[in-house]
Design a protein around this ligand. Structure first.
Ligand code: PGA
Length: 234
């Protein structure tokens, strides 16, 4: 299986920049693009051949209904979005995502056949105190009881996101093995690493055993740089 590349464009780009970046990309089954939520439908219309993910999904709106401001999993499915990033650390830290809202989001994804990309990862403090496995185990609790056909888990240590710091291969291997052993859904499990991935380090990261792909933020918003990364995984 080709290694998966998930591009999280966060809130980095204008609509014009988002479309310009889309024009650079050709159809690749292993590349999943998560543009800003506002531009998802626009991107799907312009580039129906690309795979898209949302950056979040509503925890409360499962159906169509009176949920002002929400984007439900049903709506994502309606425009052909197949994936949703759930529980990104930027949302856990700043937007009150927690294990209970994440569990609700996962269940909404499941009901609409959206494959979740669940982010887990420890802070630098958790790592220093040696409690990082406990933290990750707690983040995995919301996943345990759900039966997904396929589930993607992104290990994204918070200390590596946007910092240029990459964990050692041994540190990444330990967490990947830990996630696999903590869940009894191993056969449908896709494990990716995220945090400061770029064209220079992506090959080494993908060579680490137990890694099925990468989740890339900033480096995926530069067209030439992103193309280089995609070419490396061909
Ligand atoms: P980064 O972000 O690649 O810019 O570190 C990764 C992420 O937050 O998903």
């Amino acid at each position: 299986m080709k290694k998966i590349i998930i591009a999280n464009w966060k809130t980095y780009l204008t609509s014009a920049q988002t479309i310009a970046l889309g024009k650079y990309l050709t159809e690749e089954e292993n590349v999943i693009i998560a543009p800003a939520m506002l531009y998802l439908a626009l991107m799907k219309e312009h580039f129906p051949h690309l795979n898209f993910s949302s950056q979040d999904v509503s925890s409360i709106a499962d159906q169509y209904g009176a949920y002002t401001g929400e984007i439900s999993a049903k709506m994502l499915g309606d425009i052909g979005v197949k994936y949703a990033i759930i529980g990104h650390s930027e949302r856990r830290m700043n937007l009150l995502d927690n294990n209970s809202t994440i569990a609700a989001k996962l269940s909404n994804c499941m009901n609409s056949s959206i494959t979740p990309i669940i982010c887990v990862g420890e802070t630098e403090e958790d790592r220093q105190s040696g409690k990082y496995l406990e933290v990750i185990e707690a983040q995995l609790v919301s996943i345990q009881s759900l039966k997904f056909e396929r589930i993607i888990i992104a290990y994204e240590p918070i200390w590596a996101i946007g910092t240029g710091i990459i964990p050692s291969a041994e540190q990444i291997r330990e967490i990947m093995a830990f996630i696999k052993s903590s869940l009894d859904i191993a056969s449908n499990l896709v494990l990716v690493y995220g945090g400061s991935v770029n064209a220079e380090n992506v090959k080494n990261i993908l060579d680490i055993s137990g890694i099925d792909g990468v989740l890339i933020g900033k480096a995926s918003t530069d067209p030439a740089h992103f193309k280089l990364i995609i070419d490396i995984t061909r």
